[in-house]
Design a protein around this ligand. Structure first.
Ligand SMILES: [Zn+2]
Length: 368
Protein backbone atom coordinates (compact mmCIF):
# COMPACT_ATOMS: atom_id res chain seq x y z
CA UNK A 1 0.00 0.00 0.00
CA UNK A 2 2.91 2.16 0.90
CA UNK A 3 4.59 1.81 -2.49
CA UNK A 4 1.26 2.07 -4.28
CA UNK A 5 0.64 5.20 -2.29
CA UNK A 6 4.07 6.52 -3.16
CA UNK A 7 3.52 5.70 -6.83
CA UNK A 8 0.08 7.21 -6.64
CA UNK A 9 1.42 10.26 -4.86
CA UNK A 10 4.27 10.53 -7.36
CA UNK A 11 1.80 10.31 -10.21
CA UNK A 12 -0.43 12.88 -8.56
CA UNK A 13 2.45 15.20 -7.85
CA UNK A 14 3.58 14.83 -11.46
CA UNK A 15 0.02 15.67 -12.56
CA UNK A 16 0.07 18.60 -10.16
CA UNK A 17 3.26 19.95 -11.75
CA UNK A 18 1.71 19.55 -15.19
CA UNK A 19 -1.40 21.39 -14.01
CA UNK A 20 0.68 24.14 -12.45
CA UNK A 21 2.74 24.37 -15.65
CA UNK A 22 -0.43 24.60 -17.72
CA UNK A 23 -1.80 27.24 -15.34
CA UNK A 24 1.38 29.31 -15.59
CA UNK A 25 1.30 29.07 -19.38
CA UNK A 26 -2.38 30.04 -19.41
CA UNK A 27 -1.68 33.03 -17.17
CA UNK A 28 1.20 34.08 -19.45
CA UNK A 29 -1.11 33.78 -22.45
CA UNK A 30 -3.76 35.82 -20.63
CA UNK A 31 -1.21 38.49 -19.82
CA UNK A 32 0.07 38.55 -23.38
CA UNK A 33 -3.27 38.44 -25.12
CA UNK A 34 -5.80 40.06 -22.80
CA UNK A 35 -3.78 42.48 -20.76
CA UNK A 36 -0.60 43.75 -22.32
CA UNK A 37 -0.23 46.26 -19.47
CA UNK A 38 -0.84 44.31 -16.28
CA UNK A 39 -1.71 41.24 -14.24
CA UNK A 40 -4.49 38.69 -14.78
CA UNK A 41 -6.42 40.48 -12.04
CA UNK A 42 -6.20 43.61 -14.14
CA UNK A 43 -7.38 41.64 -17.18
CA UNK A 44 -10.40 40.42 -15.22
CA UNK A 45 -11.09 43.97 -14.00
CA UNK A 46 -10.81 45.28 -17.54
CA UNK A 47 -13.19 42.61 -18.76
CA UNK A 48 -15.60 43.39 -15.90
CA UNK A 49 -15.27 47.11 -16.61
CA UNK A 50 -16.17 46.65 -20.27
CA UNK A 51 -19.19 44.51 -19.32
CA UNK A 52 -20.24 46.84 -16.49
CA UNK A 53 -20.03 49.92 -18.68
CA UNK A 54 -22.13 48.58 -21.49
CA UNK A 55 -25.41 50.32 -22.26
CA UNK A 56 -28.48 48.38 -21.15
CA UNK A 57 -32.16 48.10 -22.05
CA UNK A 58 -35.05 49.51 -20.02
CA UNK A 59 -36.04 45.97 -18.89
CA UNK A 60 -32.64 45.56 -17.18
CA UNK A 61 -32.88 48.80 -15.17
CA UNK A 62 -33.02 49.04 -11.38
CA UNK A 63 -36.20 50.61 -10.00
CA UNK A 64 -34.78 54.11 -9.48
CA UNK A 65 -33.91 54.52 -13.18
CA UNK A 66 -37.28 53.28 -14.52
CA UNK A 67 -38.71 56.68 -15.26
CA UNK A 68 -39.68 56.77 -18.94
CA UNK A 69 -40.80 53.44 -20.41
CA UNK A 70 -40.84 54.91 -23.95
CA UNK A 71 -37.04 55.27 -23.86
CA UNK A 72 -36.21 51.63 -24.49
CA UNK A 73 -32.42 51.46 -24.52
CA UNK A 74 -28.96 53.09 -24.24
CA UNK A 75 -29.07 53.37 -20.43
CA UNK A 76 -25.99 53.57 -18.20
CA UNK A 77 -26.26 51.73 -14.87
CA UNK A 78 -23.83 51.74 -11.92
CA UNK A 79 -21.03 53.37 -13.88
CA UNK A 80 -17.87 54.66 -12.21
CA UNK A 81 -17.39 58.43 -11.77
CA UNK A 82 -14.56 58.48 -14.32
CA UNK A 83 -16.51 56.54 -16.96
CA UNK A 84 -19.63 58.64 -16.37
CA UNK A 85 -17.57 61.82 -16.71
CA UNK A 86 -16.05 60.79 -20.03
CA UNK A 87 -19.38 59.48 -21.30
CA UNK A 88 -20.23 63.13 -21.96
CA UNK A 89 -18.48 62.56 -25.30
CA UNK A 90 -20.27 59.27 -26.01
CA UNK A 91 -23.74 58.44 -27.29
CA UNK A 92 -26.27 57.27 -24.69
CA UNK A 93 -29.74 58.43 -23.73
CA UNK A 94 -28.44 61.21 -21.44
CA UNK A 95 -25.89 62.73 -23.84
CA UNK A 96 -28.20 65.40 -25.25
CA UNK A 97 -29.86 65.98 -21.87
CA UNK A 98 -26.41 66.91 -20.54
CA UNK A 99 -25.36 69.02 -23.54
CA UNK A 100 -28.61 70.98 -23.93
CA UNK A 101 -28.23 72.38 -20.42
CA UNK A 102 -24.44 72.55 -20.43
CA UNK A 103 -24.58 74.74 -23.55
CA UNK A 104 -27.36 76.72 -21.84
CA UNK A 105 -25.12 77.23 -18.80
CA UNK A 106 -22.24 78.42 -21.01
CA UNK A 107 -24.63 80.75 -22.85
CA UNK A 108 -25.72 82.35 -19.56
CA UNK A 109 -22.16 82.51 -18.31
CA UNK A 110 -21.32 84.43 -21.47
CA UNK A 111 -24.38 86.66 -21.05
CA UNK A 112 -23.39 87.41 -17.44
CA UNK A 113 -19.89 88.43 -18.50
CA UNK A 114 -21.31 90.41 -21.42
CA UNK A 115 -23.88 92.13 -19.20
CA UNK A 116 -21.27 93.10 -16.63
CA UNK A 117 -18.84 94.44 -19.17
CA UNK A 118 -20.81 95.66 -22.23
CA UNK A 119 -24.14 96.80 -20.85
CA UNK A 120 -23.39 100.50 -21.49
CA UNK A 121 -23.51 99.81 -25.23
CA UNK A 122 -27.25 99.15 -25.27
CA UNK A 123 -28.36 102.65 -24.22
CA UNK A 124 -28.19 106.01 -25.91
CA UNK A 125 -24.71 107.54 -26.24
CA UNK A 126 -25.45 110.42 -23.85
CA UNK A 127 -26.07 107.98 -21.00
CA UNK A 128 -22.99 105.83 -21.53
CA UNK A 129 -20.94 107.42 -18.74
CA UNK A 130 -23.75 106.79 -16.24
CA UNK A 131 -23.93 103.07 -17.10
CA UNK A 132 -20.24 102.52 -16.55
CA UNK A 133 -19.97 104.11 -13.13
CA UNK A 134 -23.27 102.53 -12.08
CA UNK A 135 -22.19 99.00 -12.93
CA UNK A 136 -18.95 99.44 -11.05
CA UNK A 137 -20.83 100.72 -8.02
CA UNK A 138 -23.52 98.06 -8.07
CA UNK A 139 -21.30 94.99 -8.58
CA UNK A 140 -20.41 94.46 -4.89
CA UNK A 141 -24.03 94.80 -3.87
CA UNK A 142 -24.95 91.35 -5.24
CA UNK A 143 -22.94 89.89 -2.41
CA UNK A 144 -24.97 91.71 0.23
CA UNK A 145 -28.59 90.83 -0.39
CA UNK A 146 -30.09 92.49 2.73
CA UNK A 147 -28.36 95.76 1.89
CA UNK A 148 -29.41 95.41 -1.70
CA UNK A 149 -33.02 94.82 -0.66
CA UNK A 150 -32.92 98.02 1.34
CA UNK A 151 -32.17 99.88 -1.90
CA UNK A 152 -35.78 99.13 -2.82
CA UNK A 153 -36.64 102.45 -1.22
CA UNK A 154 -37.29 105.19 -3.78
CA UNK A 155 -35.33 107.62 -1.65
CA UNK A 156 -32.23 105.90 -2.97
CA UNK A 157 -33.12 107.19 -6.39
CA UNK A 158 -34.43 110.58 -5.45
CA UNK A 159 -33.26 113.98 -6.60
CA UNK A 160 -30.03 114.43 -8.49
CA UNK A 161 -28.67 111.03 -7.49
CA UNK A 162 -31.41 109.41 -9.49
CA UNK A 163 -30.26 110.92 -12.75
CA UNK A 164 -26.55 110.72 -11.98
CA UNK A 165 -26.34 106.93 -11.86
CA UNK A 166 -28.16 104.07 -13.56
CA UNK A 167 -30.48 101.77 -11.68
CA UNK A 168 -28.87 99.06 -9.60
CA UNK A 169 -28.14 95.81 -11.46
CA UNK A 170 -28.30 93.30 -8.62
CA UNK A 171 -31.83 91.95 -9.35
CA UNK A 172 -30.75 91.24 -12.93
CA UNK A 173 -27.69 89.37 -11.73
CA UNK A 174 -29.75 87.39 -9.21
CA UNK A 175 -31.72 86.06 -12.19
CA UNK A 176 -28.54 85.29 -14.18
CA UNK A 177 -27.03 83.46 -11.19
CA UNK A 178 -30.26 81.47 -10.70
CA UNK A 179 -30.33 80.48 -14.38
CA UNK A 180 -26.67 79.38 -14.33
CA UNK A 181 -27.16 77.34 -11.14
CA UNK A 182 -30.25 75.60 -12.53
CA UNK A 183 -28.66 74.73 -15.88
CA UNK A 184 -25.36 73.54 -14.41
CA UNK A 185 -27.09 71.47 -11.70
CA UNK A 186 -29.26 69.85 -14.35
CA UNK A 187 -26.30 68.99 -16.61
CA UNK A 188 -24.39 67.46 -13.66
CA UNK A 189 -27.48 65.56 -12.54
CA UNK A 190 -28.01 64.01 -15.97
CA UNK A 191 -24.32 63.11 -16.35
CA UNK A 192 -23.86 61.40 -12.98
CA UNK A 193 -27.31 60.02 -12.15
CA UNK A 194 -26.07 56.63 -13.43
CA UNK A 195 -23.54 56.17 -10.58
CA UNK A 196 -25.82 54.52 -8.00
CA UNK A 197 -29.26 54.81 -6.44
CA UNK A 198 -27.81 56.99 -3.66
CA UNK A 199 -26.16 59.37 -6.15
CA UNK A 200 -29.31 59.41 -8.27
CA UNK A 201 -31.55 60.57 -5.40
CA UNK A 202 -29.01 63.10 -4.13
CA UNK A 203 -28.59 64.62 -7.61
CA UNK A 204 -32.35 64.68 -8.18
CA UNK A 205 -32.70 66.83 -5.06
CA UNK A 206 -30.11 69.26 -6.38
CA UNK A 207 -31.88 69.32 -9.76
CA UNK A 208 -35.22 70.21 -8.13
CA UNK A 209 -33.50 72.85 -5.99
CA UNK A 210 -32.06 74.30 -9.22
CA UNK A 211 -35.54 74.53 -10.80
CA UNK A 212 -36.90 76.25 -7.66
CA UNK A 213 -33.96 78.68 -7.73
CA UNK A 214 -34.52 79.58 -11.39
CA UNK A 215 -38.24 80.21 -10.85
CA UNK A 216 -37.68 82.37 -7.76
CA UNK A 217 -34.73 84.25 -9.27
CA UNK A 218 -36.74 85.00 -12.43
CA UNK A 219 -39.09 87.16 -10.34
CA UNK A 220 -36.39 89.54 -9.20
CA UNK A 221 -35.84 91.76 -12.29
CA UNK A 222 -39.53 92.26 -13.22
CA UNK A 223 -40.69 92.73 -9.63
CA UNK A 224 -37.85 95.00 -8.59
CA UNK A 225 -37.88 97.25 -11.67
CA UNK A 226 -41.70 97.34 -11.87
CA UNK A 227 -42.24 98.30 -8.23
CA UNK A 228 -39.00 100.04 -7.23
CA UNK A 229 -40.93 103.31 -6.93
CA UNK A 230 -43.43 101.65 -4.56
CA UNK A 231 -41.22 100.30 -1.78
CA UNK A 232 -44.03 98.58 0.11
CA UNK A 233 -45.14 96.62 -2.96
CA UNK A 234 -41.56 95.96 -3.99
CA UNK A 235 -40.61 94.54 -0.62
CA UNK A 236 -43.85 92.61 -0.30
CA UNK A 237 -43.49 90.85 -3.68
CA UNK A 238 -39.77 90.18 -3.24
CA UNK A 239 -40.36 88.97 0.32
CA UNK A 240 -43.13 86.62 -0.82
CA UNK A 241 -41.23 85.08 -3.72
CA UNK A 242 -38.04 84.78 -1.65
CA UNK A 243 -39.95 82.97 1.12
CA UNK A 244 -41.69 80.75 -1.42
CA UNK A 245 -38.40 80.05 -3.20
CA UNK A 246 -36.51 79.17 0.01
CA UNK A 247 -39.43 76.98 1.12
CA UNK A 248 -39.46 75.10 -2.20
CA UNK A 249 -35.67 74.71 -2.23
CA UNK A 250 -35.73 73.28 1.31
CA UNK A 251 -38.63 70.98 0.39
CA UNK A 252 -36.68 69.87 -2.72
CA UNK A 253 -33.81 68.80 -0.49
CA UNK A 254 -36.00 66.50 1.63
CA UNK A 255 -35.67 62.85 0.55
CA UNK A 256 -39.46 62.34 0.75
CA UNK A 257 -40.00 65.10 -1.84
CA UNK A 258 -38.72 62.91 -4.68
CA UNK A 259 -40.81 59.83 -3.95
CA UNK A 260 -43.44 58.97 -6.53
CA UNK A 261 -46.26 59.72 -4.04
CA UNK A 262 -45.11 63.35 -4.03
CA UNK A 263 -44.84 63.65 -7.83
CA UNK A 264 -48.13 65.57 -8.11
CA UNK A 265 -47.28 67.73 -5.07
CA UNK A 266 -43.86 68.49 -6.55
CA UNK A 267 -45.35 69.49 -9.91
CA UNK A 268 -48.04 71.63 -8.28
CA UNK A 269 -45.47 73.43 -6.12
CA UNK A 270 -43.37 74.43 -9.14
CA UNK A 271 -46.52 75.25 -11.12
CA UNK A 272 -47.96 77.46 -8.36
CA UNK A 273 -44.69 79.31 -7.92
CA UNK A 274 -44.38 79.93 -11.68
CA UNK A 275 -48.02 80.90 -12.24
CA UNK A 276 -48.00 83.30 -9.27
CA UNK A 277 -45.83 85.51 -11.50
CA UNK A 278 -49.03 86.52 -13.31
CA UNK A 279 -50.05 88.68 -10.31
CA UNK A 280 -47.12 91.16 -10.36
CA UNK A 281 -47.22 91.22 -14.20
CA UNK A 282 -50.88 92.29 -14.25
CA UNK A 283 -50.25 94.68 -11.36
CA UNK A 284 -47.41 96.33 -13.31
CA UNK A 285 -49.66 96.92 -16.35
CA UNK A 286 -52.33 98.44 -14.12
CA UNK A 287 -49.76 100.79 -12.58
CA UNK A 288 -48.19 101.84 -15.90
CA UNK A 289 -51.10 101.65 -18.29
CA UNK A 290 -49.90 104.65 -20.27
CA UNK A 291 -46.36 103.43 -20.79
CA UNK A 292 -45.64 101.22 -23.83
CA UNK A 293 -42.74 99.59 -21.96
CA UNK A 294 -45.21 97.98 -19.55
CA UNK A 295 -46.79 96.13 -22.49
CA UNK A 296 -43.47 95.33 -24.19
CA UNK A 297 -42.15 93.69 -21.04
CA UNK A 298 -45.50 91.94 -20.54
CA UNK A 299 -45.27 90.40 -24.03
CA UNK A 300 -41.79 89.12 -23.21
CA UNK A 301 -43.10 87.62 -20.00
CA UNK A 302 -45.98 85.98 -21.86
CA UNK A 303 -43.51 84.56 -24.42
CA UNK A 304 -41.40 83.18 -21.58
CA UNK A 305 -44.48 81.70 -19.90
CA UNK A 306 -45.56 80.03 -23.16
CA UNK A 307 -42.10 78.45 -23.57
CA UNK A 308 -41.98 77.16 -20.00
CA UNK A 309 -45.60 76.00 -20.19
CA UNK A 310 -45.07 74.22 -23.51
CA UNK A 311 -41.90 72.64 -22.12
CA UNK A 312 -43.77 71.38 -19.05
CA UNK A 313 -46.58 70.01 -21.25
CA UNK A 314 -44.15 68.13 -23.51
CA UNK A 315 -42.28 66.87 -20.45
CA UNK A 316 -45.48 65.59 -18.84
CA UNK A 317 -46.98 64.00 -21.97
CA UNK A 318 -43.72 62.41 -23.14
CA UNK A 319 -44.25 63.41 -26.74
CA UNK A 320 -42.90 62.29 -29.23
CA UNK A 321 -41.39 59.10 -27.77
CA UNK A 322 -44.77 57.78 -26.63
CA UNK A 323 -45.80 57.65 -30.33
CA UNK A 324 -42.75 55.64 -31.40
CA UNK A 325 -41.06 54.04 -28.36
CA UNK A 326 -37.37 53.44 -28.85
CA UNK A 327 -37.03 55.82 -31.84
CA UNK A 328 -36.06 58.87 -29.77
CA UNK A 329 -33.82 57.18 -27.19
CA UNK A 330 -30.75 59.20 -28.20
CA UNK A 331 -32.11 62.40 -29.70
CA UNK A 332 -35.45 64.18 -30.10
CA UNK A 333 -37.25 62.94 -26.97
CA UNK A 334 -39.50 65.06 -24.75
CA UNK A 335 -36.91 65.72 -22.05
CA UNK A 336 -34.50 67.25 -24.54
CA UNK A 337 -37.24 69.43 -26.06
CA UNK A 338 -38.17 70.50 -22.52
CA UNK A 339 -34.53 71.42 -21.82
CA UNK A 340 -34.28 73.52 -25.00
CA UNK A 341 -37.52 75.34 -24.16
CA UNK A 342 -36.24 76.10 -20.64
CA UNK A 343 -33.10 77.69 -22.11
CA UNK A 344 -35.19 79.59 -24.70
CA UNK A 345 -37.59 80.79 -21.98
CA UNK A 346 -34.73 81.93 -19.75
CA UNK A 347 -33.10 83.74 -22.70
CA UNK A 348 -36.40 85.53 -23.45
CA UNK A 349 -36.49 86.57 -19.80
CA UNK A 350 -32.95 87.93 -20.16
CA UNK A 351 -34.06 90.07 -23.10
CA UNK A 352 -37.05 91.27 -21.06
CA UNK A 353 -34.68 92.14 -18.21
CA UNK A 354 -32.64 94.35 -20.56
CA UNK A 355 -35.83 96.23 -21.46
CA UNK A 356 -36.49 96.88 -17.76
CA UNK A 357 -32.95 98.20 -17.26
CA UNK A 358 -33.21 100.48 -20.27
CA UNK A 359 -36.58 101.76 -19.07
CA UNK A 360 -35.47 102.49 -15.51
CA UNK A 361 -32.13 103.95 -16.51
CA UNK A 362 -33.89 106.34 -18.85
CA UNK A 363 -36.77 107.39 -16.60
CA UNK A 364 -36.10 106.35 -12.99
CA UNK A 365 -38.79 106.96 -10.31
CA UNK A 366 -38.95 110.72 -10.48
CA UNK A 367 -40.01 110.68 -14.14
CA UNK A 368 -42.25 107.62 -14.16
ZN1 LIG B 1 -33.55 67.39 -17.19
Amino acid sequence: MGSEGQDESGELSSMGVTRRRNKVETVKEMNAVRSPLGSPRKAVLELWGSVKHQLVEFSALPAHLRDNNYILGHYRVDWSVKRALFSIFEMHNETFNVWTHLVGFLLFLGLTIYTATHLPNIVEPNTLHRWHSGIMESLPSYLHLPEALSSCVPGTFDGTRCVQRPITRWPFFVFLAGAMFCLLASAICHLFSCLSATAFYALMRIDYAGISTLIAASFYPPVYYSFMCNPVLCKMYLGLITTMGIGTILASLLPIFQTSEYRAFRASLFFTMGVSGIIPCVHKVLLYQDEPIAYKTLYMEIAMGVMYGLGALIYATRIPERWRPGTFDIIGNSHQVFHILVVAGAYTHYQGGLLYLKWRDATSCSMS
